[in-house]
Design a protein around this ligand. Structure first.
Ligand code: ADE
Length: 239
């Protein structure tokens, strides 16, 4: 599964996506994350990526020509990377999605859900575009993007945190990313309505802390009763 993120703030990503489970997924080749610096695609000496709106109005808009050049490079890098992997391993070239799914992070987009994460994890290549400042030239939405996605009903200062949230949630659905046999290996399975699977409360040692006790049944050793208790206490997972 390959992600390419187009952003004005490339340094924001490594501290988050270079740790923990996503770090391991990248090291084992299950997930590849490339960051494309939008500013590199500005053609003037001031590296201008935005400009004032035609017809007036406040704020600046990200420019369509700069975004188009960045997208073309993000797409062709992916194709070259796919080709060189196969060449290295003496394998026939695997057809690479000519047109990866291009997603614009925007508070006006379709709401991101577990179900969407699961569906997107079936794709080979995703390009995530992070907006910043006031907005985008509308032609970016009209001509360059397949889908607009919002992570929630609030406006953030940019699409970088939403992009990282999407990468994290989608990667959990890539086979092999969650460690085999880990207690939550199947906690990424989802219910029909797109909600995370139900889980029962879990406890570890000590059996009592500050007067807060682990339910007696769990330390009773009675497996039938324990199973009954787990079923009776299923609820929506909080993480
Ligand atoms: N950019 C700013 N706010 C956002 C949100 N809620 N979701 C996705 N991208 C955004």
């Amino acid at each position: 599964m390959n992600f390419n993120v187009i952003t004005l703030f490339p340094k924001m990503f490594e501290p988050i996506l270079g740790e923990s489970i996503i770090k391991k997924a990248r090291q084992s080749g299950l997930v590849d994350i490339e960051i494309t610096d939008l500013r590199k695609f500005a053609e003037d000496k001031h590296h201008t990526v935005d400009d004032t709106p035609y017809g007036g109005g406040t704020g600046m808009l990200l420019k369509v020509d700069v975004m188009d050049r960045a997208l073309k490079e993000a797409t062709s890098n992916r194709q070259q990377a796919a080709g060189s992997n196969e060449a290295k391993q003496n394998l026939p070239p695997v057809p690479c999605t000519l047109h990866p799914i291009v997603i614009l992070l925007s508070p006006q987009g379709e709401k991101f859900t577990s179900q969407m994460a699961k569906e997107l994890a079936q794709e080979e290549n995703l390009i995530l575009i992070c907006g910043h400042y006031e907005g985008f030239d509308e032609r970016i939405r009209e001509h360059l993007v397949d889908k607009q996605v919002s992570i929630g009903d609030y406006v953030l200062t940019g699409g970088e945190l939403p992009a990282m949230i999407m990468i994290d949630a989608i990667s959990r659905f890539v086979t092999g990313v969650l460690p085999a046999g880990a207690p939550d290996e199947d906690s990424h399975s989802i219910e029909k309505d797109g909600k995370p699977a139900l889980e029962y409360p879990q406890y570890t040692k000590p059996a009592e802390y500050n007067g807060w006790k682990v339910p007696d049944v769990l330390i009773s050793g009675d497996h039938a009763k324990i199973e009954q208790w787990k079923k009776a206490n299923l609820k929506s997972a909080s993480n």
